[in-house]
Ligand binder design. Sequence first.
Ligand SMILES: Nc1ncnc2c1ncn2[C@@H]1O[C@H](COP(=O)(O)OP(=O)(O)OP(=O)(O)O)[C@@H](O)[C@H]1O
Ligand SMILES: [Mg+2]
Length: 442
Amino acid sequence: MALRDRLAADERHGEDHDLAKMYRERLLEEIDVDELARLSPSQRRVRLERVLSRILSVDGPVLSARERSALVQRITDDALGLGVLEPLLADESITEIMVNGPHDVFIERYGKVERVPARFASVEQLYQTIDRIVSQVNRRVDESSPMVDARLPSGERVNVIIPPLALDGPTLTIRRFPTPFRMGELVDRGTLDLSTASLLGACVRARLNIVVSGGTGSGKTTFLNALSGQIPEHERIVTIEDAAELSLQQGHVVRLESRPANVEGRGAVAIRDLVRNALRMRPDRIIVGEVRGGETLDMLQAMNTGHDGSVATVHANTARDALGRLETLASMSELDLPAATLRDQINSAIDLVVHLERAQDGSRRVIEVQAVTSQRREEYALTPLMRFVGDPIGPDRTVSGEFVRSAAPWELVERLQRAGETLPQVVEPSVAGPVEAPGGAR
Ligand SMILES: Nc1ncnc2c1ncn2[C@@H]1O[C@H](COP(=O)(O)OP(=O)(O)OP(=O)(O)O)[C@@H](O)[C@H]1O
Ligand SMILES: [Mg+2]
């Protein structure tokens, strides 16, 4: 937008802003706040809209029906809480809202990021919105604590970072947790093929320790959630996360969430404290949302001391890199263990690495499933069970290709057999489609 147009738009916005502010104050004078608090969010909106329409028809400016309903919506959005963000939050197809300063709002929808016309009237208004969000979780944002994680009452995860750390103004990132995908839905979407899904299901039921790896936003948490769906119903599952995102369907799930320090810098509870505590809770399975530091060592030790069947995610660029990352993270614990000892722990603990990638076209895919076949202190050795082989990218930029399975090492086959699981057959992709395996993918 040319600077002149932008200034003109700002000016128009300013007028609207004054109008909205004036009627918002009138609205707040007329409504009964206590009564409003007892209503459900949708009833609240209806009530506010009704009162506001009455005020506007008695002494509002002359407006066209469209202007009038836009004004009503704007004021209600403001009064309800998150202002210009409210309509975006109400849109279920939006999975991420990114605010880079007051005038730049982007959303992610179906894996694609786009700019939307929503904008805050001023930087102050953006700060007000941020304050509303973080005060709900008893935190505050200011120069002394310029980065905060919070959560909306409706469950969305929010990150705030403000100047001087964020150079272009207060920056807000809201991630919505869409209804979690089940394994079958991931197969339908092409995230992996049915045969690999069946194999992984068998591995979960046979209590293999599995690491899900991938880059930022590659779908690790989503996949972890779907994979956990394969855990038998009667088992006691303890989930440990920084910001609870997982939503397991089983009946016996204990969810633990770490806690940052309060404003006085006290009371922090780290993932690592929770992992240690979980061991005393008689878990059948421990699921760690993401390992990021020294807790990795506790998790490996748990996996090696009878708590098998555990699953975690780690940020890494390849399946092999995931093992290296685990080693680095485990070395961040206060125990100063030699690399060979850590390798020993990792070789004994981890059975399988499932690596995901977010492709150029926004699609997420399992691109490698690797069995860890090295033992003791040996250098890491991985045996591929499945690899995604991509076709050359065509003019429409969409990614396609084939999931190519290879024969599993005999140790794995035996282990699955001992657990009463059959290994889904390896089928040449060019000869036949995926085979349905016992147990199904869902
Ligand atoms: N297989 C998939 N198909 C389509 N969309 C997906 C898939 N997996 C994840 N998504 C979407 O991608 C976004 C990021 O997913 P997710 O949080 O699982 O990724 P992540 O790797 O755990 O991210 P982070 O690095 O932030 O932890 C979410 O909006 C999610 O709904
Ligand atoms: Mg994640």
